[in-house]
Write a protein that binds this ligand. Structure first.
Ligand code: QAP
Ligand code: CO
Length: 173
């Protein structure tokens, strides 16, 4: 499966993803291909809509203290649902679909999530820290929401300005 990252301002990113019902080879091929493009792109999280598949699928690969990502730590979430959330934390987020832009975003500090694995087995995770933030960021993608959609008016204007500047520089080179 050959995948490409869909980038802002592609309207595909605004689509709401639909629940997965079949835990078949096609889903496994998508998950495997998502892993490869995420690693090739230096990402820590990716939702299926970012590779143009509007399915409720996301993957996460949180680096260890040395900043290294391990295949064993890969988390695949199908049809995730947040069942508990508490606290607040701020983290400077980025997104493979919004390259080279980073901004502080407020999220819940701790969450509990019910989801299914690639075989359709029901799982539950309770977490905080970077994994919690990453899950919330990726789950927003399933609703068609980007982190830049959560910015204040002035921060959003700052983004638009930087984006236009980057586009202009692209056309000049
Ligand atoms: C989402 O983001 C996330 O601009 C995953 O040039 C973000 O993997 C989860 C990336 C923050 C938790 C905290 C972004 C790579 C990767 C870029 C990513 C870039 C190259 C973003
Ligand atoms: Co993203």
């Amino acid at each position: 499966m050959k995948l490409n990252i869909v980038e802002y301002p592609d309207r595909k990113l605004k689509e709401k993803s639909v629940a997965v019902e079949l835990f078949n080879e096609e889903l496994h091929n998508l998950l495997d291909a998502m892993y490869h493009i995420m690693m090739d792109s230096n990402g820590i999280g990716l939702a299926a809509i970012q590779v143009a598949h509007a399915k409720r699928v996301l993957i996460l690969s949180i680096p260890d203290e040395e900043g290294e990502q391990h295949k064993e730590d890969l988390i695949e979430m199908i049809n995730p649902v947040i069942t508990y959330k508490s606290g607040e934390s701020v983290y400077q987020e980025g997104c493979l679909s919004v390259p080279s832009f980073y901004e502080d975003i407020v999220r819940f500090e701790s969450i509990s999530v019910n989801y299914q694995d690639r075989e359709g087995n029901t799982k539950k995770i309770e977490t905080d820290g970077l994994l919690s933030i990453a899950i919330q960021h990726e789950m927003d993608h399933l609703e068609g929401i980007l982190f830049i959609d959560k910015l204040s008016y002035s921060r959003r204007k700052k983004f638009e300005k930087e984006y236009k500047r980057a586009q202009k520089e692209k056309t000049l080179s």
